[in-house]
Design a protein around this ligand. Structure first.
Ligand code: AGP
Length: 608
């Protein structure tokens, strides 16, 4: 959601703050601000509605300080504006706060603070924190004590960084539901909501736990709990490469991440295929074969594209392991008082590992005694830590708001899970070998699809002007259609609907016209004839068809076709999805959209 950075050390904080915010901008990008303290006394603040580049232009050369905090915002309380941008100050301009998350009792706190004389200058929930901390920061009180006392009155989620004009030798940070990472430098310290802002400066990091605070000084840090007990945290080393955080010569992160997929799939598979027993090795599941045999059902939980990847995963588990499996939006599941069964295995899916709805769903399952595994990209993230075991994707950092390589790696991870479960149940060694060799072939097959990028750009330019697009697929193809529609609408803002091909004649066929083209998934599998019949029904209503297929349909059934290499039928959805990523990307470029930072969205949705 929003991004936080902070610096304390011998250098001027501002360059790090601005550079760090630019790296975190994918998390939120409707306004940004910085505050510094030190040298000349007092706190200086600059904040603007708009992008980090607008903020950098508004920061004067004399804006210097050895301690500083910064924020890039995705609005929840109050519109994007200069006033609502963070940092927020108390009335004496002694305390400055940046905050990610939501203060649920902000209205109540605001009323009390206003009655005591606080004057509010924004519509945000965050501003109450500045006034509340200032109210506890009486003379002689250490900043960490004032922050701890203030947080004791707060209900909600937060990651915060606090600056005090009277104690500029420290920054106090706290985490409850929204990540905070400390970066350890040489006689300097960094803070960020996400390691991507830190890796240029240090690889040594400490992830705060929920309910933990830290006092950060230039020469080190001290962590403690909300009830003032000191905690002892060992730094870990970030192993993602620095160039993962640059566009690396590509025009956009999204295009780079689409093209990284052969490598990210190789990393997801790395060391996990067992050719001898035609299965997958997944030590992180923390479940032995006997425990796995007792599982009668699998429920997959995730949001957005993670949910659609879960739909593909459910299909794979049912087909290969013959265990009933179903994917459900975590955002719905957590609110419906779900029945948690002892013999159901729950699997949470998340690229960021931070999505609040998914985390809340995991916590609900665990509270009721269920067992949850995670399929997560971000090592050490909140969801990964909350799960009983799982699989890391190792897809590398995904910066563009729209998920591509993490989506593909998630489906690969589910193929490994399905293979592993299947071989413990009744999947034959021959079928196991068939899946193992198909998985090994995926990276090269993805390269074949990516080589068609220019041709797909031509098709995208032709279809991008449509008033909307229909995406259809049958059974294995339906989640592909859903993800394809999601990608297109997310980054190009073209209206897109996904339907099971079999459902078209039960209603949506009424929409078909030359203005509403259809993208049809037409794999060469046991349902090919049914799919071709559907294409005929669309063409008979003057609909235009772009087929994504293994074999080119007759000209009378499809206006255009993107050919995709054939895998095994169970794995075909993985490859059918890749051209849809390129279609969405090139359509968004053709329409002049802000591809990596689409309007109204943010990369990690860490609020309800
Ligand atoms: C994907 O393109 C979207 N940006 C979005 O649906 C995303 O997949 C969803 O918010 C879940 O994120 P997560 O994987 O980080 O939990």
């Amino acid at each position: 959601m929003c991004g936080i950075v902070a610096y304390i050390g011998p250098k001027d904080a501002t360059p790090f703050l601005l550079e760090g915010l630019a790296r975190l901008e994918y998390r939120g990008y409707d306004s940004a601000g910085v505050a510094v303290a030190g040298r000349t006394g007092g706190i200086k603040v600059r904040k603007v509605k708009g992008r980090v580049a607008d903020l950098a232009a508004a920061v004067p050369a004399r804006f210097k300080g050895s301690t500083g905090i910064g924020h890039t915002r995705w609005a929840t309380h109050g519109v994007p504006s200069d006033a609502n941008a963070h940092p927020h100050l108390d009335n004496a301009e002694r305390i400055a706060v940046v905050h990610n998350g939501i203060i649920e009792n902000a209205d109540e706190l605001r009323a009390k603070l206003a009655a005591d004389g606080a004057v509010f200058r924004s519509e945000t929930d965050t501003e109450v924190l500045g006034h509340l901390i200032a109210a506890h920061a009486a003379e002689g009180v250490e900043l960490e004590e004032a922050v701890r006392a203030a947080l004791g009155k707060v209900v909600g989620t937060y990651g915060i960084a606090v600056l005090d004009a009277e104690q500029p030798d420290r920054i106090v940070v706290a985490r409850n539901g929204s990540p905070i990472v400390l970066g350890i430098g040489e006689k300097e310290m960094f803070v960020a909501s996400d390691v991507s802002a830190l890796v240029r400066y240090t690889r040594q990091v400490v992830h705060l736990e929920d309910g933990e605070l830290a006092t950060v000084r230039a020469d080190g840090f001290r962590t403690f709990t909300e009830d003032a007990r000191t905690t002892h945290r060992q730094p870990s080393t970030v192993d993602w490469e620095i160039d993962s955080y640059d566009t690396g010569g590509y025009e956009h992160f999204l295009l780079k991440e689409i093209h990284e997929q052969p490598g990210s799939v190789e990393r997801t598979l790395g060391g996990r295929l067992d050719e001898r027993f035609a299965t997958a090795h997944l030590g992180g599941l923390n479940l032995d074969a006997r425990e796995l045999r007792e599982i009668r059902r699998v429920k997959i939980l995730g949001c957005g594209s993670a949910y659609y990847a879960g739909e593909m995963g459910a299909q794979l588990i049912e087909e290969l392991a013959r265990i009933p499996a179903h994917s459900e939006p975590a955002s719905e599941f957590r609110y419906r008082n779900p029945v948690i069964e002892a013999d159901t295995l729950y699997i949470a899916v998340s690229q960021s590992g931070e999505t609040y709805d998914t985390l809340a769903a995991v916590q609900e399952v665990k509270r009721k005694g269920g067992r949850v595994l995670g399929v997560v990209n971000t090592v050490g993230s909140a969801i990964a830590r909350e799960c009983d075991g799982g699989i890391y994707l190792h897809a590398g950092p995904e910066i563009s708001v729209a998920s591509t390589k993490a989506f593909t790696s998630t489906v690969v991870a589910f193929a490994l899970i399905a293979l592993h479960f299947g071989r413990i149940h009744d999947l034959s060694p021959a079928d196991g070998r068939r899946i193992v060799s198909a998985l090994k072939a995926l990276p090269d097959q993805i390269r074949e699809v990516l080589a068609q990028s220019d041709a797909i750009a031509g098709l995208a330019a032709e279809y991008a002007g449509s008033e909307g697009m229909m995406f259809i697929g049958r059974v294995r193809g339906y989640p592909v259609a859903r993800e394809g529609a999601q990608k297109l609408k997310e980054i190009s803002y073209v209206h897109a609907e996904a339907y099971p091909a079999s459902e078209l004649k039960h209603g949506p066929l009424a929409l078909i016209s030359p203005e509403l083209p259809t993208v049809a998934l037409v794999p060469d599998d046991e349902l090919l004839d049914k799919n071709l019949t559907t294409l005929g029904e669309i063409k008979a209503r003057s609909g235009r068809v772009l087929a994504v297929a293994h074999r080119r349909p007759e000209a009378k059934l499809a206006d255009h076709c993107i050919l995709v290499p054939k895998s095994e039928p169970e794995l075909d959805p993985l490859l059918l999805n890749i051209p849809l990523q390129l279609l969405a990307y090139h359509a968004a470029v053709a329409l002049g959209r802000d591809v990596d930072k689409p309007r109204n969205l943010a990369k990690s949705v860490t609020v309800e």
